[in-house]
Write a protein that binds this ligand. Structure first.
Ligand SMILES: Cc1cc2nc3c(=O)[nH]c(=O)nc-3n(C[C@H](O)[C@H](O)[C@H](O)COP(=O)(O)OP(=O)(O)OC[C@H]3O[C@@H](n4cnc5c(N)ncnc54)[C@H](O)[C@@H]3O)c2cc1C
Length: 300
């Protein structure tokens, strides 16, 4: 199956989720990485429509049968559009796969993870996004060696691309790792009354542990935390080694984004909070009392 893997980079390197997408692609029979596709995007607005046009051009010009990417916010925006442009079939957020004879069976969660559907993609080209936590990332050194591969230029016609245009771009600098890539995630919920409290307590504990911060939707809706920290069904899906839920009740929509974490620790004043049903360690207590003690302990 001729396969294209879409990778994402941050300032320094290929992102961890993309390494998992490559891991998935390499687990398929006869997968060989041989070419890097390069498109000239000078003067093109880097909108999802434009990115989809570039990827569709790569698929058409190189006759790719399968396109794989990590199930990230970027991929949610771009890969479905590309499948539409190519008239292909798509499965998103795949968490497992197997073969039935020649047929590739893909498992993907539905209804906030309440059920897992097994799907078959009938139309080629096939588009698959995989949940990064479900697949082992390949070693970064094996990917960095790709820079020595042949490069294939793409001929992209941008005239059909809808003319949405970036007016400006503001990015929120953070010294913390991305919530989807961190091994430790400290998340805060409605218990926190202000951005300052969140930063001092959730941020302080995350920094002490070298982790990322996450948030329930309640805090995002209240304007206390930014949108990109939201964990859950309509936020980011995470599966870190350790997930610490501070003052989060454990609504099913939040659990959908973090219940596959390896170890879950919860602090909540309510001993009956649903979060305790998925927690490996639980502490009934007030985050305003418990968290400063944890931070003080970590700071020695
Ligand atoms: C379609 C849809 C999609 C959604 N998507 C998401 C999503 O992606 N992510 C998400 O998180 N939610 C999502 N939600 C919202 C979700 O249903 C819950 O409303 C939300 O998760 C609740 O956030 P919370 O746990 O912070 O707040 P609450 O449910 O209000 O819980 C606050 C918890 O804090 C505890 N507490 C209060 N004070 C303290 C204290 N001082 N110390 C310790 N504990 C304390 C309380 O006992 C309580 O358990 C979605 C809802 C819908 C309908």
């Amino acid at each position: 199956m001729k396969t294209l893997v879409i990778t994402e980079r941050d300032e320094s390197d290929i992102r961890l989720g993309s390494l998992s997408a490559i891991g998935f692609a390499q687990s398929l029979p006869a997968s060989v990485v041989d070419t890097l596709c390069v498109a000239d995007v000078c003067g093109v607005n880097p909108t999802a429509d434009a990115h989809a046009a570039v990827i569709a051009a790569a698929v058409r010009q190189h006759s790719y049968e399968l396109v794989v990417a990590a199930a990230t916010t970027y991929a949610k925006d771009v890969v479905g559009r590309t499948a539409g442009l190519c008239g292909g079939s798509m499965a998103s957020d795949v968490i497992g796969h197997r073969f039935d004879g020649e047929q590739l069976l893909l498992d993907r969660p539905m209804f906030a993870g309440a059920v897992t559907a097994t799907v078959i993609l009938n139309n080629s080209p096939r588009f698959i996004t995989v949940r990064a936590a479900a697949y082992n990332p390949v070693d970064i050194s094996s990917v960095n060696s790709l820079s020595s591969l042949d490069t294939a230029s793409l001929d992209v016609d941008y005239s059909d691309v809808p003319s949405a245009q970036w007016k400006s771009l503001a990015s929120r600098a953070s010294h913390r790792p991305d919530v989807t890539e961190a091994k430790i995630v400290v998340s805060g919920g409605r218990a926190f009354k202000s951005s300052e409290d969140f930063e001092r307590l959730v941020g302080g504990l995350a920094d002490g542990l070298g982790g990322a911060t996450g948030s329930s939707r309640a805090l995002v809706d209240a304007g206390i935390t930014p949108n990109d920290l939201q964990v859950g069904q309509t936020g980011k899906i995470v599966a870190p080694d350790i997930y610490i839920a501070l003052g989060i009740s454990g609504a099913v929509q939040h659990l959908a984004g973090m219940k596959n974490s390896k170890t879950i620790i919860a602090v909540n004043t309510d001993p009956d909070a649903p979060i305790f049903s998925v927690a490996d360690f639980g502490l009934v207590g007030d985050v305003y009392e418990v968290v400063p003690q944890l931070i003080a302990e970590l700071n020695g």
